[in-house]
Design a binder for this molecule. Structure first.
Ligand SMILES: Cc1cc2nc3c(=O)[nH]c(=O)nc-3n(C[C@H](O)[C@H](O)[C@H](O)COP(=O)(O)O)c2cc1C
Length: 199
């Protein structure tokens, strides 16, 4: 039986504005697994996101099986390298991608794939809002996260869709790794907000 949302609610350990400013993409993780009850809290936070007409068109796949994570990472890297050309935005990372032992998941022990289920309304926005909730909640619990767009193509391949139990009418929107950060991450720069018109 799933726990009621109140039991899954994370304690407010971090101010929401601090969390927004301090969350960073983490790209180095400790080998400790993320406990199942923590994952449930993250999913419970994710589904608090705004949703058009409250359709809540999200569904989640949680991968903690190391062998499966490795195969997904290897396939993502192969797909990436196969499409890499000198003009591509990822060209500068070529050496890093080719290095033995490279993991698109940065060796994180948990991958959560946010999937969109069919709805009358295009569900991508809802899923991305759920993703941000999940990442902020993880930050509040002392966990690190990183969205891994590089893994989406592999996750969407029939062989992995079957293995991950993604129904034919669902679409993977955003894979996110979760884990315990090895070290704090320095802030990434942000440009000033570009205001097109303020009349
Ligand atoms: C849709 C999306 C896909 C991303 N995919 C990747 C990825 O495949 N690998 C990666 O290392 N970071 C990925 N990122 C993380 C961004 O690189 C990161 O958010 C950005 O550099 C800003 O840094 P910050 O998250 O630390 O503020 C992705 C972010 C988004 C929103």
């Amino acid at each position: 039986m799933p726990e009621p949302p109140s039991a899954l609610r994370a304690p407010a350990s971090v101010d929401v504005v601090d969390a927004i400013y301090d969350r960073r993409s983490v790209r180095s993780y400790l080998p400790q697994p993320v406990p199942a009850d923590t994952i449930r809290r993250l999913l419970a936070a994710a589904v608090q996101a705004p949703s058009a007409m409250n359709k809540q068109p999200w569904a989640f796949v949680v991968v903690q099986d190391r062998a499966l994570l490795q195969r997904l990472s290897d396939r993502s890297r192969d797909l990436l390298l196969a499409g890499l050309t000198p003009g591509s935005p990822f060209w500068k990372y070529k050496e890093q991608f080719e290095a033995p032992g490279f993991s698109v998941f940065f060796d994180a022990t948990t991958l959560i794939v946010i999937c969109a289920s069919p709805a009358e309304w295009p569900p991508n926005e809802d899923c991305c809002l759920a993703a941000q909730n999940l990442m902020l909640a993880a930050h509040g619990l002392g966990l690190g996260t990183c969205a891994i767009g590089l893994a989406r193509q592999a996750v969407d391949e029939p062989v992995f869709r079957r293995e991950l139990c993604i129904p034919d009418d669902h679409r993977p929107v955003l894979p996110i790794v979760v884990g315990f950060p090895r070290a704090p991450v320095a802030p990434t720069p942000r440009a000033e907000p570009k205001v097109l018109r303020w009349r």
